[in-house]
Design a protein around this ligand. Structure first.
Ligand code: ASP
Length: 360
Protein backbone atom coordinates (compact mmCIF):
# COMPACT_ATOMS: atom_id res chain seq x y z
CA UNK A 1 0.00 0.00 0.00
CA UNK A 2 1.50 3.32 -1.09
CA UNK A 3 0.49 6.46 0.77
CA UNK A 4 0.50 9.89 -0.88
CA UNK A 5 2.41 11.41 2.05
CA UNK A 6 6.05 11.40 3.26
CA UNK A 7 5.65 9.61 6.62
CA UNK A 8 8.40 8.90 9.14
CA UNK A 9 7.49 5.57 10.74
CA UNK A 10 10.96 3.97 10.75
CA UNK A 11 14.18 5.70 9.65
CA UNK A 12 14.93 2.58 7.61
CA UNK A 13 12.13 3.61 5.24
CA UNK A 14 14.32 6.49 4.06
CA UNK A 15 17.88 6.47 2.67
CA UNK A 16 20.80 7.48 4.90
CA UNK A 17 21.29 10.53 2.65
CA UNK A 18 17.83 11.74 3.80
CA UNK A 19 18.80 11.41 7.48
CA UNK A 20 22.08 13.21 6.77
CA UNK A 21 20.12 16.01 5.10
CA UNK A 22 17.98 16.39 8.23
CA UNK A 23 21.08 16.56 10.44
CA UNK A 24 22.62 19.21 8.21
CA UNK A 25 19.43 21.25 8.22
CA UNK A 26 19.21 20.84 12.02
CA UNK A 27 22.75 22.26 12.36
CA UNK A 28 21.87 25.07 9.97
CA UNK A 29 18.77 25.99 12.03
CA UNK A 30 20.80 25.79 15.24
CA UNK A 31 23.26 28.35 13.82
CA UNK A 32 20.66 30.68 12.47
CA UNK A 33 17.21 30.11 14.02
CA UNK A 34 15.90 33.57 13.06
CA UNK A 35 16.11 32.61 9.38
CA UNK A 36 13.52 29.87 9.95
CA UNK A 37 11.17 31.72 12.30
CA UNK A 38 8.41 32.00 9.70
CA UNK A 39 9.02 28.88 7.62
CA UNK A 40 5.85 27.16 8.78
CA UNK A 41 3.59 30.19 9.11
CA UNK A 42 -0.02 29.11 8.54
CA UNK A 43 0.71 25.41 9.08
CA UNK A 44 -0.81 23.29 11.84
CA UNK A 45 0.77 20.31 13.57
CA UNK A 46 -1.52 17.78 15.30
CA UNK A 47 -0.05 15.88 18.26
CA UNK A 48 -1.76 12.68 19.40
CA UNK A 49 -0.01 11.52 22.57
CA UNK A 50 -1.66 8.35 23.84
CA UNK A 51 1.27 7.83 26.25
CA UNK A 52 3.09 10.18 28.67
CA UNK A 53 5.89 12.33 27.27
CA UNK A 54 7.84 15.41 28.30
CA UNK A 55 10.72 15.92 25.87
CA UNK A 56 9.29 14.44 22.69
CA UNK A 57 5.98 16.20 23.00
CA UNK A 58 7.30 19.57 24.12
CA UNK A 59 10.24 19.60 21.72
CA UNK A 60 7.88 18.89 18.82
CA UNK A 61 5.56 21.63 20.02
CA UNK A 62 8.35 24.18 20.51
CA UNK A 63 9.86 23.15 17.19
CA UNK A 64 6.61 23.98 15.37
CA UNK A 65 6.10 27.23 17.32
CA UNK A 66 9.70 28.30 16.57
CA UNK A 67 9.00 27.72 12.88
CA UNK A 68 6.02 30.05 13.09
CA UNK A 69 3.34 27.32 12.93
CA UNK A 70 0.63 26.38 15.41
CA UNK A 71 -0.39 23.18 17.22
CA UNK A 72 -3.49 21.21 18.16
CA UNK A 73 -3.86 17.83 19.84
CA UNK A 74 -4.08 15.93 23.10
CA UNK A 75 -1.53 14.75 25.63
CA UNK A 76 -3.99 12.51 27.39
CA UNK A 77 -6.36 10.38 25.31
CA UNK A 78 -8.81 10.31 28.22
CA UNK A 79 -9.71 13.93 27.47
CA UNK A 80 -10.54 13.04 23.83
CA UNK A 81 -13.11 10.74 22.20
CA UNK A 82 -10.65 7.88 22.67
CA UNK A 83 -12.23 7.70 26.15
CA UNK A 84 -15.58 7.03 24.45
CA UNK A 85 -14.08 4.08 22.56
CA UNK A 86 -13.06 5.75 19.29
CA UNK A 87 -10.59 3.62 17.33
CA UNK A 88 -7.20 4.75 16.06
CA UNK A 89 -8.38 4.85 12.46
CA UNK A 90 -11.20 7.32 13.12
CA UNK A 91 -9.19 9.60 15.42
CA UNK A 92 -6.37 9.73 12.88
CA UNK A 93 -8.70 10.33 9.96
CA UNK A 94 -10.32 13.29 11.70
CA UNK A 95 -7.25 14.98 13.23
CA UNK A 96 -5.15 14.50 10.09
CA UNK A 97 -7.91 16.31 8.21
CA UNK A 98 -7.43 19.30 10.54
CA UNK A 99 -3.61 19.24 10.40
CA UNK A 100 -0.72 19.60 7.95
CA UNK A 101 1.44 17.11 9.83
CA UNK A 102 0.57 14.63 12.58
CA UNK A 103 2.83 13.42 15.39
CA UNK A 104 1.72 10.29 17.19
CA UNK A 105 2.91 8.45 20.29
CA UNK A 106 1.12 5.26 21.26
CA UNK A 107 1.68 2.42 23.74
CA UNK A 108 1.20 -0.24 21.05
CA UNK A 109 3.85 -1.43 18.58
CA UNK A 110 2.99 -0.59 14.97
CA UNK A 111 0.43 2.10 15.88
CA UNK A 112 2.17 4.86 13.89
CA UNK A 113 2.16 2.74 10.75
CA UNK A 114 -1.49 1.88 11.34
CA UNK A 115 -2.27 5.61 11.71
CA UNK A 116 -0.39 6.44 8.50
CA UNK A 117 -2.58 3.98 6.57
CA UNK A 118 -5.57 6.28 7.06
CA UNK A 119 -4.02 9.72 7.56
CA UNK A 120 -4.65 12.62 5.19
CA UNK A 121 -1.29 14.25 6.01
CA UNK A 122 2.28 13.11 6.84
CA UNK A 123 2.58 11.07 10.08
CA UNK A 124 5.62 11.12 12.35
CA UNK A 125 6.20 8.23 14.74
CA UNK A 126 6.99 9.70 18.17
CA UNK A 127 7.31 6.24 19.76
CA UNK A 128 5.18 3.14 19.21
CA UNK A 129 5.20 0.91 22.29
CA UNK A 130 8.49 -0.94 22.79
CA UNK A 131 9.13 -0.93 19.05
CA UNK A 132 10.75 2.20 17.55
CA UNK A 133 11.42 5.86 18.26
CA UNK A 134 12.94 7.36 15.08
CA UNK A 135 12.92 11.01 16.18
CA UNK A 136 14.84 10.16 19.35
CA UNK A 137 17.38 8.57 17.03
CA UNK A 138 17.61 11.73 14.92
CA UNK A 139 18.27 13.53 18.21
CA UNK A 140 20.97 10.99 19.08
CA UNK A 141 22.58 11.21 15.63
CA UNK A 142 22.75 14.99 15.81
CA UNK A 143 24.28 14.76 19.30
CA UNK A 144 26.92 12.27 18.12
CA UNK A 145 27.67 14.29 15.00
CA UNK A 146 28.13 17.53 16.95
CA UNK A 147 29.85 16.08 20.01
CA UNK A 148 31.98 13.25 18.56
CA UNK A 149 32.36 14.82 15.12
CA UNK A 150 31.44 11.60 13.30
CA UNK A 151 28.85 8.84 12.95
CA UNK A 152 31.21 6.06 11.95
CA UNK A 153 34.09 4.14 13.52
CA UNK A 154 32.55 4.36 16.98
CA UNK A 155 32.26 1.85 19.82
CA UNK A 156 28.79 2.35 21.22
CA UNK A 157 27.66 0.88 24.54
CA UNK A 158 23.93 0.48 25.08
CA UNK A 159 22.96 -0.39 28.61
CA UNK A 160 19.75 -1.26 30.46
CA UNK A 161 16.43 -2.39 29.02
CA UNK A 162 17.43 -3.37 25.51
CA UNK A 163 14.37 -5.57 25.12
CA UNK A 164 11.65 -2.97 25.66
CA UNK A 165 13.60 0.22 24.93
CA UNK A 166 12.39 1.56 21.59
CA UNK A 167 15.12 4.21 21.57
CA UNK A 168 17.92 1.64 21.46
CA UNK A 169 16.17 -0.36 18.74
CA UNK A 170 15.97 2.65 16.44
CA UNK A 171 19.48 3.80 17.36
CA UNK A 172 21.12 0.42 16.61
CA UNK A 173 19.28 0.16 13.28
CA UNK A 174 20.47 3.63 12.29
CA UNK A 175 24.08 3.42 13.49
CA UNK A 176 24.49 0.03 11.80
CA UNK A 177 24.05 1.88 8.49
CA UNK A 178 27.18 3.98 9.04
CA UNK A 179 30.53 2.20 8.50
CA UNK A 180 32.68 0.54 11.16
CA UNK A 181 30.47 0.93 14.20
CA UNK A 182 30.77 -1.66 16.96
CA UNK A 183 27.96 -2.18 19.48
CA UNK A 184 28.42 -3.43 23.02
CA UNK A 185 25.01 -4.51 24.27
CA UNK A 186 25.00 -4.46 28.07
CA UNK A 187 21.93 -5.93 29.73
CA UNK A 188 20.57 -8.59 32.00
CA UNK A 189 19.77 -11.77 30.04
CA UNK A 190 16.03 -11.15 30.53
CA UNK A 191 16.27 -7.72 28.88
CA UNK A 192 18.57 -8.57 25.97
CA UNK A 193 18.30 -6.91 22.55
CA UNK A 194 15.68 -8.62 20.31
CA UNK A 195 17.15 -10.92 17.66
CA UNK A 196 15.62 -8.98 14.79
CA UNK A 197 17.74 -5.94 15.75
CA UNK A 198 20.89 -8.06 16.11
CA UNK A 199 20.22 -9.57 12.69
CA UNK A 200 19.76 -6.07 11.29
CA UNK A 201 23.14 -4.94 12.69
CA UNK A 202 24.85 -7.99 11.15
CA UNK A 203 23.08 -7.60 7.81
CA UNK A 204 24.28 -3.99 7.55
CA UNK A 205 27.91 -4.82 8.32
CA UNK A 206 27.97 -3.68 11.96
CA UNK A 207 29.50 -5.83 14.69
CA UNK A 208 28.29 -6.39 18.24
CA UNK A 209 29.03 -8.24 21.43
CA UNK A 210 26.75 -8.85 24.42
CA UNK A 211 28.01 -8.27 27.97
CA UNK A 212 26.48 -8.23 31.41
CA UNK A 213 29.10 -6.11 33.22
CA UNK A 214 29.01 -2.35 32.76
CA UNK A 215 32.38 -2.07 34.57
CA UNK A 216 34.02 -4.38 32.03
CA UNK A 217 32.46 -2.65 29.04
CA UNK A 218 32.88 1.02 29.95
CA UNK A 219 36.66 1.40 29.27
CA UNK A 220 36.13 0.42 25.63
CA UNK A 221 33.39 2.92 24.81
CA UNK A 222 33.24 6.15 22.79
CA UNK A 223 29.64 6.62 23.86
CA UNK A 224 27.56 5.06 26.63
CA UNK A 225 23.79 5.14 26.10
CA UNK A 226 22.05 4.47 29.42
CA UNK A 227 18.36 3.55 29.44
CA UNK A 228 15.58 3.23 31.99
CA UNK A 229 14.01 -0.17 32.64
CA UNK A 230 10.63 0.37 30.96
CA UNK A 231 8.24 -0.27 33.84
CA UNK A 232 5.11 0.23 31.71
CA UNK A 233 6.03 -2.69 29.41
CA UNK A 234 6.13 -5.31 32.21
CA UNK A 235 3.10 -7.52 32.85
CA UNK A 236 4.48 -8.60 36.24
CA UNK A 237 5.61 -5.80 38.61
CA UNK A 238 7.76 -8.29 40.56
CA UNK A 239 9.87 -8.92 37.45
CA UNK A 240 10.32 -5.16 37.00
CA UNK A 241 11.33 -4.78 40.66
CA UNK A 242 13.88 -7.55 40.33
CA UNK A 243 15.53 -5.98 37.27
CA UNK A 244 15.17 -2.24 37.70
CA UNK A 245 18.42 -1.58 39.58
CA UNK A 246 20.73 -3.93 37.68
CA UNK A 247 22.77 -1.04 36.23
CA UNK A 248 23.55 2.24 37.92
CA UNK A 249 26.12 4.58 36.39
CA UNK A 250 27.98 6.34 39.18
CA UNK A 251 31.08 8.49 39.52
CA UNK A 252 33.16 5.42 40.37
CA UNK A 253 32.31 3.74 37.06
CA UNK A 254 32.90 7.02 35.19
CA UNK A 255 36.52 6.87 36.39
CA UNK A 256 36.97 3.70 34.30
CA UNK A 257 35.79 5.45 31.10
CA UNK A 258 37.90 7.18 28.44
CA UNK A 259 38.35 10.93 29.00
CA UNK A 260 36.38 11.62 25.80
CA UNK A 261 33.62 9.04 26.23
CA UNK A 262 30.21 10.72 26.23
CA UNK A 263 27.16 9.61 28.22
CA UNK A 264 23.79 9.84 26.54
CA UNK A 265 20.28 8.94 27.81
CA UNK A 266 16.95 9.52 26.08
CA UNK A 267 15.49 10.49 29.49
CA UNK A 268 13.54 10.32 31.75
CA UNK A 269 16.22 9.05 34.12
CA UNK A 270 14.93 7.09 37.10
CA UNK A 271 17.82 5.65 39.18
CA UNK A 272 20.14 4.35 36.46
CA UNK A 273 22.40 7.42 36.51
CA UNK A 274 23.48 8.81 39.85
CA UNK A 275 22.74 12.54 40.08
CA UNK A 276 26.43 13.28 40.84
CA UNK A 277 27.32 12.12 37.30
CA UNK A 278 25.47 15.21 35.96
CA UNK A 279 28.48 17.33 36.96
CA UNK A 280 30.87 15.29 34.81
CA UNK A 281 31.50 17.20 31.54
CA UNK A 282 31.07 13.90 29.68
CA UNK A 283 27.39 13.71 30.77
CA UNK A 284 25.56 15.03 27.74
CA UNK A 285 21.96 13.96 28.25
CA UNK A 286 20.53 17.41 28.94
CA UNK A 287 22.31 18.90 25.95
CA UNK A 288 21.11 15.92 23.88
CA UNK A 289 17.48 16.85 24.60
CA UNK A 290 18.11 20.34 23.20
CA UNK A 291 19.58 18.92 19.98
CA UNK A 292 16.24 17.10 19.66
CA UNK A 293 14.36 20.35 19.26
CA UNK A 294 16.54 21.48 16.33
CA UNK A 295 16.39 18.19 14.50
CA UNK A 296 12.61 18.08 14.95
CA UNK A 297 12.44 21.58 13.43
CA UNK A 298 14.38 20.20 10.46
CA UNK A 299 12.05 17.20 10.26
CA UNK A 300 8.79 19.19 10.38
CA UNK A 301 10.08 21.56 7.71
CA UNK A 302 11.21 18.69 5.49
CA UNK A 303 7.95 16.78 5.86
CA UNK A 304 5.89 19.85 5.02
CA UNK A 305 7.94 20.58 1.90
CA UNK A 306 8.21 17.03 0.60
CA UNK A 307 5.90 15.52 -2.01
CA UNK A 308 7.38 12.05 -1.49
CA UNK A 309 5.04 9.05 -1.31
CA UNK A 310 5.68 6.27 1.22
CA UNK A 311 5.31 2.54 0.80
CA UNK A 312 3.59 1.43 4.00
CA UNK A 313 2.72 -2.19 3.33
CA UNK A 314 4.56 -4.21 0.72
CA UNK A 315 3.96 -7.79 1.85
CA UNK A 316 0.95 -10.09 1.57
CA UNK A 317 -2.24 -9.90 3.60
CA UNK A 318 -3.01 -13.12 5.52
CA UNK A 319 -6.44 -12.56 7.11
CA UNK A 320 -6.28 -15.89 8.95
CA UNK A 321 -2.91 -15.30 10.64
CA UNK A 322 -2.55 -13.42 13.93
CA UNK A 323 0.66 -11.58 14.82
CA UNK A 324 2.33 -13.49 17.68
CA UNK A 325 3.09 -10.24 19.52
CA UNK A 326 0.21 -9.47 21.88
CA UNK A 327 1.44 -5.89 22.03
CA UNK A 328 1.06 -5.41 18.26
CA UNK A 329 -1.53 -2.93 17.02
CA UNK A 330 -3.11 -5.61 14.79
CA UNK A 331 -4.15 -7.46 17.98
CA UNK A 332 -6.01 -4.38 19.26
CA UNK A 333 -7.41 -2.78 16.10
CA UNK A 334 -8.80 -5.79 14.32
CA UNK A 335 -9.87 -4.06 11.09
CA UNK A 336 -6.21 -3.57 10.10
CA UNK A 337 -5.00 -5.67 7.14
CA UNK A 338 -2.79 -8.42 8.62
CA UNK A 339 0.16 -7.87 6.37
CA UNK A 340 3.36 -9.91 6.58
CA UNK A 341 6.63 -9.97 4.69
CA UNK A 342 8.42 -13.17 3.84
CA UNK A 343 7.83 -16.51 2.33
CA UNK A 344 8.06 -20.13 3.35
CA UNK A 345 7.65 -20.74 7.04
CA UNK A 346 8.91 -17.40 8.39
CA UNK A 347 6.76 -14.31 8.20
CA UNK A 348 7.49 -10.88 9.67
CA UNK A 349 4.65 -8.63 10.81
CA UNK A 350 4.79 -5.37 8.87
CA UNK A 351 3.61 -3.33 11.84
CA UNK A 352 5.77 -4.53 14.76
CA UNK A 353 8.54 -6.65 13.11
CA UNK A 354 7.64 -9.75 15.16
CA UNK A 355 8.72 -12.95 13.43
CA UNK A 356 6.31 -15.84 13.15
CA UNK A 357 7.29 -19.41 12.45
CA UNK A 358 4.50 -21.20 10.63
CA UNK A 359 3.95 -24.90 11.16
CA UNK A 360 3.14 -26.91 8.05
N1 ASP B 1 11.64 8.97 26.39
C1 ASP B 1 12.05 7.71 25.81
C2 ASP B 1 10.87 7.01 25.16
O1 ASP B 1 9.82 7.59 25.03
C3 ASP B 1 12.78 6.84 26.77
C4 ASP B 1 12.02 6.35 27.96
O2 ASP B 1 10.83 6.59 28.12
O3 ASP B 1 12.65 5.65 28.75
O4 ASP B 1 11.02 5.87 24.75
Amino acid sequence: MISDYPHLIDLADHPVSWWNGLLELGQEIMKNPALYANSCRGKIMGTLFYEPSTRTQMSFQTAMLRLGGTIIGFDNPQTSSVAKGENLKDTTKIVSGYSDVLVIRHPTAGAAKAAALTADCPVINAGDGGHLHPTQTLTDLLTLKCEKGRLSGLTLGLCGDLLNGRTVHSLCKAMACYPDNHFILISAKELAMPSYIKDYIRAHGGTFEEMTSLEDAIPKLDMLYMTRVQRERFDDPAVYDALKDTYVLDTKKMKLAKPDMIVMHPLPRVDEIEIAVDDDPRALYFKQAKYGMYVRMALILTMLQSKKKTELLSGAVHPGIKCANEKCITRKEEYLPKSFIGKGTTLTCEYCDERLLLKH
